[in-house]
Design a binder for this molecule. Sequence first.
Ligand SMILES: C[S@@+](CC[C@H](N)C(=O)[O-])C[C@H]1O[C@@H](n2cnc3c(N)ncnc32)[C@H](O)[C@@H]1O
Length: 198
Amino acid sequence: MENNVFEQLAKRYDTEERKQLAKVITEEVRLELQDSLSKSLIDYGSGTGLVSLEITDLVDTVLLVDSSKQMLEVAEAKISHNRVTNTNVLYSDFTQETPRLEADVILMSLVLLHIPDTKKILQELYDILNVGGKLIIVDFDKNDKVNHPKVHNGFVHEGLKRQLSEVGFVSTEIKTFYHGSRIFMNQDASMFISNSIK
Ligand SMILES: C[S@@+](CC[C@H](N)C(=O)[O-])C[C@H]1O[C@@H](n2cnc3c(N)ncnc32)[C@H](O)[C@@H]1O
């Protein structure tokens, strides 16, 4: 976990471009969290908290989970600076080992593309969700202009929906909500939001 690209990027991660994109994502995610004031939320692959630290007012508790210690250090500094009282961080990689946790909502924003075995991580997240809980995924639509050995070049809605159903989710809705210029490895791209119920 130590030697990953995000460890080196952490202190420089919050650029204007990334903050702008996170704002677009946050606006869309907030719409999915109406009536969630009593819910626990895990932000898996939280990074520096650009998205989840903007939604702490909508849920009961927030746990930022990431496999990069340094990304979490940046997030922790923001949590203490802003005196956020319902939010904690956890250094963990569920593709290696999943701790005993449960949550009503799991959010994964721009993380699925970085995890080689999509179905395995979806299964791990399904297992820690409470029955009736919700998995929210934000990621890029499939993009043939992107080509990188360590990153999925986006996802096809129907394929992802099938994998979510195979791990046990009873329903999934997916929609594209944003098109942007040079937002995915310097290519024009679109983002989807997926909402699945356990
Ligand atoms: C592109 S950043 C997205 C950060 C944040 N979710 C956002 O939308 O601003 C991807 C994050 O996923 C984390 N990550 C990648 N693979 C992971 C894994 N297997 N388990 C946990 N976190 C992971 C990285 O360390 C990084 O912080």
